[in-house]
Design a protein around this ligand. Structure first.
Ligand code: FER
Length: 495
């Protein structure tokens, strides 16, 4: 078991009935579903069991179980659903097992420099993570599987679900008229599959306001997405070349001053997650165009950087956490913000620490999942430079795992040390009731509710308290909720 799997398991630990489930994204403890790929195994740990528990599987053609002393190993044999059950401390415990056989839509594709396409992994309800082999040749959006061809050469992209990787070879050809095969690989069926795979969720259930109709369709009054390259200083002092995508609003005018928000991706995600690129804009970018045009928020700049130095950083949770610590403590303020705000016009009159402090009311930080961890850490490490913090679906880990009371104590101690009052910061925390982060986040928020006057909870947005917590009914741990979370969170602060 990797550290990452352990930690993802640990953060779901506010568990059901003494069973502790391991295997990260494969297991949805809240609804007791276990996903497993045919040929692979998932482990369900039984915390309270004093003696060996005997587990039964209802359809042994679909899955095989092996009861251990404090765990059961479920191996997927055939695509389909079944259940496993056992009696623990006189209570019946049951899990639904879903055995999947994921399939990649293309084993190889050819693109011209500058072109983009998308490869789809079908046959899974789990969260798929994409990774490229050589980002100088082709970049893949970690979440949507969208591939952008950068320069001539051959490389590969991988979709990862469970322990398995599904690969697609990518050949990038020069942008000449004889290299036209690219789009030919892209059938209309694939197009349909990718559209539904990444369908953003727009409609709220009364807790959040829905994203208004039309807000996710491109308009002509659109902002641009550009890139900023900078050197990120690592914990050991090494300088690493980094790239961030920057959204400039429609009609951007260097003589004006703009609010700015930094958007951080989740575990094994990347800089394309929110804004996409100028030629293939992301949902959040398109929504920002509408929100600004309609006056929901003032025109603003948005930045999509990464706390990783390489995408494989995410594979090891301990390493990911130390990268997040360094990013939120140092790189953000010393390297990234000066590079972006030195180039584009924000409220920072200077990009040294005093200039960034003075402009903190006009700066926000939002992150999803591991990016949410980075948002809590930005509060604890760099709140001198950010007034607005938006953690989405992730709690504030203490020493690498969820600990609601300790997190609340740490956050309160920090507020006291800073002598923060009600108007000195604004946290908009949000998640879904079916999100794997829900129980840990809710526990942390409940603990924070006992820490008054440091935390003043409000339903109404900035100015009426310093923290909001919203739970979208039925929402799972998925980037498809980014538009609705941000539509609500950004308006709560940047009106
Ligand atoms: C959390 C639940 C899940 C959380 C992070 C995750 C920081 C990340 C999961 C992953 O990257 O697989 O509460 O808090």
């Amino acid at each position: 078991m990797t550290t990452k799997q352990f930690l993802s398991g640990a953060c779901m630990a506010a568990l059901i009935m003494g069973t502790l489930v391991i295997q990260g994204q494969n297991v949805d403890a809240a609804i007791k579903k276990v996903y497993v790929t045919k040929g692979e195994s998932a482990i369900i740990k039984v915390k309270k069991a004093k003696k060996k528990t005997k587990w039964k599987v209802s359809n042994s053609k679909i899955a095989k179980v092996k009861s251990g002393k404090k765990s059961v190993v479920v191996k997927g044999k055939k695509k389909g659903n079944t259940t496993v059950s056992a009696k623990i401390a006189k209570k019946k415990v049951k899990y639904k097992i879903i055995v999947e056989t994921p399939k990649i839509s293309h084993k190889s594709i050819t693109l011209k420099v500058g072109e983009t396409t998308r490869v789809v992994l079908s046959g899974t309800k789990r969260f798929v993570k994409w990774q490229e082999e050589d980002m100088d040749i082709a970049e893949v959006n970690a979440i949507t599987g969208e591939i952008s061809a950068i320069k001539e050469g051959t490389t590969a992209v991988y979709a990862k679900v469970g322990k398995k990787k599904y690969s697609c070879q990518v050949t990038v050809k020069a942008n000449t008229p004889d290299a036209k095969e690219a789009a030919a690989n892209h059938s209309s069926d694939t197009k349909k599959a990718e559209d539904s795979a990444s369908e953003p969720k727009k409609t709220g259930s009364g807790v959040l306001d829905p994203v208004p109709d039309g807000y996710l369709t491109e308009i002509k009054e659109k902002g641009t997405v550009t890139t900023v390259e900078y050197e990120g200083t690592q914990a050991n002092g090494a300088k690493v070349k980094k790239r961030a995508y920057v959204y400039l609003p429609y009609g951007y005018d260097a003589k004006k001053q703009y609010d700015i928000v930094y958007f951080l991706h989740g575990g094994e995600g990347d800089t394309l997650a929110y804004l996409g690129t100028d030629s293939r804009p992301g949902q959040v970018k398109i929504m920002l165009d509408h929100m600004i045009l309609k006056g929901d928020i003032k025109p603003m700049i948005a930045v999509a950087p990464t706390y990783y130095t390489s995408k494989s950083d995410g594979a090891d949770m301990g390493n990911a956490i130390s990268k997040i610590q360094n990013f939120t403590k140092k790189e953000l303020v010393n390297d990234l913000i000066p590079a972006v705000e030195g180039k584009y016009s924000t409220y920072a009159k200077t990009t040294d620490l005093s200039g960034l402090k003075e402009s903190r009311d006009h700066r926000g930080y939002a992150g999803f999942s591991m990016g949410s961890l980075s948002a809590w850490y930005t509060f604890l490490n760099s709140s001198d430079y950010f007034h607005f913090i938006m953690p989405m679906s992730g709690d504030c880990w203490v020493n690498g795992s969820s600990n609601a009371n300790k997190a609340a104590e740490q956050l309160e101690a920090y507020c006291k040390e800073k002598e923060y009052r009600q108007d000195d910061f604004f946290i908009y925390a949000v998640t879904g009731s079916k999100d794997i982060a829900y129980s840990a986040m809710k526990a942390q928020i409940d603990a924070m509710k006992t820490k008054s006057p440091s935390f003043v909870f409000t339903e109404q947005g900035a100015g009426t308290g310093n923290i909001s917590f919203k739970v979208e009914p039925n929402a799972e741990h998925s980037f498809v909720y980014l538009p609705i979370y941000l539509y609500n969170g950004l308006r709560a602060y940047f009106k």
